[in-house]
Design a protein around this ligand. Sequence first.
Ligand SMILES: Cc1ncc(COP(=O)(O)O)c(C=O)c1O
Length: 388
Amino acid sequence: MFSARVPGVGSNRVARVLAAQRSKGRPLDDLTMSNPTQVGLSYPSGLLQSLADPAGLRYEPAPFGLPAAREAVGAYLATRGVSVSPDRVVLTASTSEAYALLFKLLCDPADVVLVPQPSYPLFEHLTRLDGVVASPYQLEYHGRWELSLDSVRRAVEPRARAVLLVNPNNPTGSFVRPAELEAVREIAVRHELALISDEVFDLYPFDDVATGSLGALVGESEALTFTLGGLSKSALLPQLKLGWILVGGPEPLVRRALDRLEFISDTYLSVATPVQCALPALLAGTRPLAAQVRDRVRSNIAKLRRLVSQFPACQVLHAEAGWYAVVQVSAVRSEEALVVELIEKDGVLTHPGYFFDFPREAFLVVSLLPEPEPFETAMTRVLARASG
Ligand SMILES: Cc1ncc(COP(=O)(O)O)c(C=O)c1O
């Protein structure tokens, strides 16, 4: 009766242990917390007043979003050094929805998209729900994460339609370096593949050094490109449900892509009018908030690096940006056994590396968003347990 796009729904051991712990009412320090609205940030008062703008009472269906909202995205990106014409900005309800629209645009059922590994686990679901096959290429760790171009070349096949880049990547915190981007771009041009660059974490570098590859595909002249962002990370407002796709490439190809994308977006019209009307105010009003998060993740990663130096069995992998840290731990027990012990004995929740398809064990992934004190005390318990 049901489609094979949705996998059999069951729970894994970590989820069961977690549910049991919660049902006993035991407190848990959540080092997987990636919801910015629940980590003690001070949102500016009155921030959401712009949602009550009477302009939101009028419904004017616009497949790519209201012109003023698309202009607001262009103006916001200009302040970040990215130049994009509003007529190449497509609004969506989220980055996740952006992927779904792009898979519909580019892929027939069973077509292939190349995805980085390790990376964001939702790709497995997003591709599957659109009948698309995710074929991995590797990010390899050699003291820092590097994109394996050989693995990209190996993954290219006749049914391949696009290469996904996550820049900076979740959870490895690695940027796509300009030389890597150029090499992938050449592969894409040669094999007529589109490039999708997910840059949702662009505001959160650990240092002030720019990488040079952010926003680089927006002005692309040969390959068809789609650069993704949204309020969820840029404005720390995931609940407002607004993301964007910036379409790049040679004009005739962009026109053909936009015509088809318009058909898809027009079918759903999924972005609410009030959030579009409020967009300029939201993007301006949340700037200090993004700075708060940048300070928070920078201070937590620095603290984590200091803490780990006291635990020789553990190592923080080199990372450059984002909201996560990857800690390599002793592989004497499996990641799953360690994560379960941490929940049951230490009251701390972490992600096992396998959740993100790390090539081997044992790694833990932790969020850098929690407030500094609980982060430090929970992390100390994690490192002590992982060293024991
Ligand atoms: C790499 C990456 N892309 C996209 C998203 C989802 O963003 P949105 O809330 O806009 O769907 C996430 C969420 O964590 C993410 O890690």
